[in-house]
Write a protein that binds this ligand. Structure first.
Ligand code: PMP
Length: 420
């Protein structure tokens, strides 16, 4: 397959040919999950058709083949994010499970009364609730990092929240609502100063940025395959080996043990110590194809297209009267969150859906962020490299027409627009 060009890239995604409500699908909900290229769909199907067996267990040839394919992908992920060893790559169901694993394994065994867990106001619920639960279990407390007006974690405020009692700082590489890259290096530097660990939620970054966990020097990094053109039900926990070695198992069962008697159990070595039960083998194999696909496209070419599309979309949306972005700066990835004056967010999303445009409206699993911004929700358009400039034009035209209909309706009923 040749390097990224828009047309050849888009052709890899059969679902984009679909009609929704009689209109060509315009899929602008990529931050929720991306569509899958044909090679990933084929790889998933081929696994079941040609290679299906359980891994790591049997002495038969098919199991050896499945195990090899499965473990090869661990190596691919290690290279993809530049981890030190395959032992640092733990399979999970997704970012959510990866965070729960760290909270329940590291957190529950380490945190003590009045220890502090630092989060930010822009976290997804997946990076809040697991910490709340472990805080209740251990007596630890949660502290929250404020944001700047452009929606990034405020570096000026780091040391007013992170301090001697901080044990871990957990934050998104990029918020799923704001789309700005957080000042990750600076946050990690301050966390280190206070000997606190860092967990980076990379769910939204992994499809857009080149992630190098060693360069970032974070302790944990989590992501989900389905947000980077891969299958659902597979995620990764990267953790520094020396930390993972010390952490107790998260779940227990087959696969994560060396020997079991009714008196005692010895646990398996990394990474298997954290992988109880039969894993999502087909999903992992398909993630391997996803990485090959992305590498063939070339990161620079993909990024260059996304950057142009993002700027175009930001400028075009800015021409829609009554549209207010939730923060006052262009995003770093093509994720745009806004409200439309005097329009309910869900009504806008439903009107767009009626002409085939898929967007998301609501709190985006970030209720504390909505409270922080004093809004009850917003509309989010999240684009990917298979989206076109024409699709942006179509969405903008539809938003303008929703607004026009609303104003006409108001004129008829004698209602005046409420100005903030
Ligand atoms: N963190 C962020 C920033 C997200 O956007 C998401 C998914 N919307 C998650 C965590 C959770 O990912 P998953 O549902 O794949 O576990």
């Amino acid at each position: 397959m040749e390097k990224f060009t828009f047309t050849s890239f888009r052709q890899q995604f059969p679902i984009l040919e679909d009609l929704i409500n009689g209109h060509a699908l315009v899929y602008f909900d990529n931050a929720a999950t991306t569509q899958k290229p044909i090679c990933v769909i084929d790889s998933y199907q081929n696994y079941y058709q040609l290679n299906n067996a359980n891994v790591h267990r049997a002495s038969h040839a098919l199991s050896a083949r499945a195990t090899l394919a499965f473990e090869n992908v661990r190596g691919k992920v290690r290279t993809f994010i530049n981890a030190n060893t395959n032992k640092e790559i733990i399979w999970t169901k997704g970012s959510t499970e990866s965070i729960n694993l760290v909270a329940q394994s590291w957190g529950r065994s380490t945190l003590q009364v009045n220890d502090e867990i630092v989060l930010s106001y822009s976290e997804h619920h997946a990076n809040i609730v697991p910490w709340q639960i472990v805080a209740q279990q251990t007596g630890a407390k949660i502290k929250v990092l404020p944001l700047t007006l452009s929606g990034q974690i405020d570096v000026e405020q780091l040391e007013s929240v992170i301090g001697e009692r901080t044990r871990i700082v957990c934050f998104g590489h990029i918020s799923n609502v704001i789309g700005k890259i957080n000042p990750i290096k600076e946050i990690i530097r301050v966390a280190r100063k206070y000997k606190a660990l860092t967990l980076v939620d990379g769910a939204q970054a992994i499809a857009h940025l080149k992630v190098d966990v060693r360069a970032l020097d974070c302790d944990f990094y989590v992501f989900s395959a389905h947000k980077m053109y891969g299958p659902t039900g597979v995620g990764v926990l990267y953790g520094k080996r020396e930390l993972l070695e010390k952490m107790p198992p998260y779940q227990a069962g087959g696969e994560m043990i060396k020997a079991v008697s009714f008196e005692q159990t010895t646990f398996n070595d990394l990474p298997h110590k954290f992988e109880a039960g039969t894993p999502n083998i087909a999903g992992v194999v398909a993630l391997g194809s996803t990485i090959t696909f992305l590498e063939q496209q070339g990161h620079a070419a993909l990024l260059e297209y996304e950057t142009r599309l993002k700027q175009y979309c930001f400028d075009k949306l800015s021409t829609v009267e009554g549209l207010t972005y939730i923060v006052n700066e262009a995003p770093d990835i093509p994720v745009f969150s806004f409200t439309l004056a005097n329009q309910h967010n869900h009504d806008v999303a439903t009107a767009l859906d009626s002409v085939g445009i898929a967007v998301r409206s609501g709190h985006h699993c970030a209720m504390p962020l909505m409270q922080y911004l004093h809004i009850d929700g917003c509309i989010r358009l999240s684009l990917s490299a298979y989206n076109s400039f024409e699709e942006v034009d179509f969405v903008v035209q539809q938003l303008k027409s929703i607004r026009k209909s609303m104003l006409e309706e108001n004129e008829k009923t004698g209602t005046f627009e409420h100005k903030e």
